[in-house]
Design a protein around this ligand. Structure first.
Ligand code: NAD
Length: 434
């Protein structure tokens, strides 16, 4: 099938490459032409494990191409996957301007029947607005349908998630759209759930909000553990072994970040409120998450007393391991605060440093990026762990201890066993453990 992909970010690019791997002919485009030119030259603009290999494979087969011209991409395909951003506005609701812009472009270039697929995460009822926009601006009599096909990939394992989905949700309102979507995902037949469009749109927001809530719940329990003799890791294990609860997303720490959970929980809260539904449950989950940074910084102050002038090593800048994405990463707020308090900050991340340099440019001796973790911790008065990269879990603790000025670790991800690390001579702070 000939499919165009609009927006080649984390979702669009993985979707483009994944659909090409399923055998479809893909033409992808983006407003950001630097991305398109890089992709045309065979360069992947993001870090995502396995993406480069698959990209090379489908490119060699001639199944994928990148063009700067959105009009051509729209005109030449029957199916259009919309993968643009839906970032939060100041009031928490989703900014739909990128989606509207694409809907207008589709309207202006509607030369034959099109199936417009919402891949971006959008508020329930968005299909109504897309349809209205296309009808308002279209210049031809050609017909079109809308389908919702929310994306559940996780950055860091996005390619695997695309190729081995738990479920594929397809929201449609007629047989023609249903047939096309079933054909696109023929290989995953047994994973497909077909619903109406509102349901499909809501499934995505509901899933992300539920997972965010689960993290906030365990963090709330971690706060209780800190005031008692209970241990959050064991509480999480004891809870998680109940199959109704499950072990995933029960990790206490500095809280969730990224471009999805914080924005989606706020967007769903706004949607509910606009519909007159009391959304206190989600508001509280968001509030608990916001408070994690304050609690983490409290631990830093407890360890260092005065932050001003202290040499602080920060390991982990991405919002989670195996990605270079720093959107809404806890590191952003922690670094801001350390800068405000005039610490000397030494940063290291395996993949996210280039992105972080755009926000916090190098400013020696106040803010320095290092090419490896051991360089970053040399002479440090404290070591802060903000992302649970494998590299940090496996670091040589004897070497770390010898390199640091004071062997103090403040661990935002609970990656070490407190008893063991203290035995090695470290002063150790984490969440919900003693
Ligand atoms: P992103 O910012 O990485 O990518 C969006 C891309 O759309 C950018 O490259 C941007 O230049 C492009 N774009 C914006 N307006 C455009 C236009 N008018 N025409 C062409 N291109 C345009 O965002 P992302 O992380 O890929 O997320 C995209 C959507 O998918 C969001 O709604 C997000 O919530 C959702 N989603 C993201 C993830 C994730 O893990 N990142 C997972 C599931 C769903």
């Amino acid at each position: 099938m000939k499919i165009s992909i609009i927006g080649t970010g984390y979702v669009g690019l993985v979707t483009a490459v994944g659909l090409a791997e399923l055998g479809h002919q893909i033409v992808a485009t983006d407003k950001d032409l630097t991305k398109i030119y890089k992709l045309q030259a065979g360069i992947i603009p993001i870090y995502e494990p396995g993406l480069e290999e698959l990209f090379k494979k489908v490119r060699a087969k001639g199944l994928i191409s990148f063009i700067p011209d959105l009009a051509t991409a729209i005109q030449e395909s029957e199916v259009i996957f919309v993968c643009v951003g839906t970032p939060p506005l100041a009031d928490g609701s989703a900014d739909m301007s990128q989606i509207e812009e694409v809907a207008r472009l589709i309207a202006e270039n509607l030369n034959s029947y099109k199936l417009v697929v919402e891949k971006s995460t959008v508020p329930v009822k968005t299909s109504y607005w897309i349809k209205r926009t296309i009808n308002l601006y279209k210049k031809s009599e050609a017909s079109f349908d809308i389908a919702s096909n929310p994306e559940f990939l996780r950055e860091g394992s996005a390619v695997q998630d695309f190729l081995h989905p738990d479920r594929i949700i397809i929201g449609v309102e007629n047989e023609r759209a249903r047939e096309i979507m079933l054909k696109i995902y023929e290989r995953f037949q047994e994973k497909i759930i077909v619903t109406n469009i509102d349901t499909a749109e809501l499934i995505k927001h509901a899933s992300n909000s539920f997972l965010a809530m689960k993290i906030s719940f365990i963090n709330l329990m971690a706060n209780i553990c800190e005031k008692t003799e209970a241990d959050i890791e064991k509480v999480a294990l004891g809870m998680g072994l109940d199959p109704r609860i499950g072990r995933e997303f029960l990790k206490a720490g500095i809280g969730y970040g990224g471009s999805c959970f914080p924005k989606d929980i706020k967007a769903l809260t706004r949607i509910g409120e606009e519909l007159g539904v009391e959304m206190g449950l989600l508001k509280e989950a968001h509030k608990i998450n916001e408070d994690r940074i304050r609690l983490f910084l409290e631990k830093v102050r407890k360890a260092l007393w005065v932050i001003k002038g202290k040499r602080v090593a920060v390991l982990g800048l991405s919002f989670k391991p195996n990605t270079d994405d720093i959107r809404e990463a806890p590191s952003l707020k922690v670094i801001s605060e350390l800068r405000r308090e005039e610490a000397s900050i030494h940063l290291y991340d395996p993949k996210a440093m280039d992105n972080m340099k755009r926000i916090f440019p190098e400013d020696p001796p106040n803010l320095v990026y290092h090419s490896n973790l051991y360089e970053a911790i040399k002479g440090a008065n404290a070591l802060l762990i903000l992302t649970e990269w494998d590299e940090f879990c496996q670091m040589d603790l004897d070497r770390v201890k010898n390199l640091m000025a004071n062997p103090i670790i403040i661990d935002g991800r609970n990656i070490f066993e407190p008893e063991e690390i203290r035995k090695k001579g470290f002063e150790y702070y984490c969440f919900g453990r003693h």
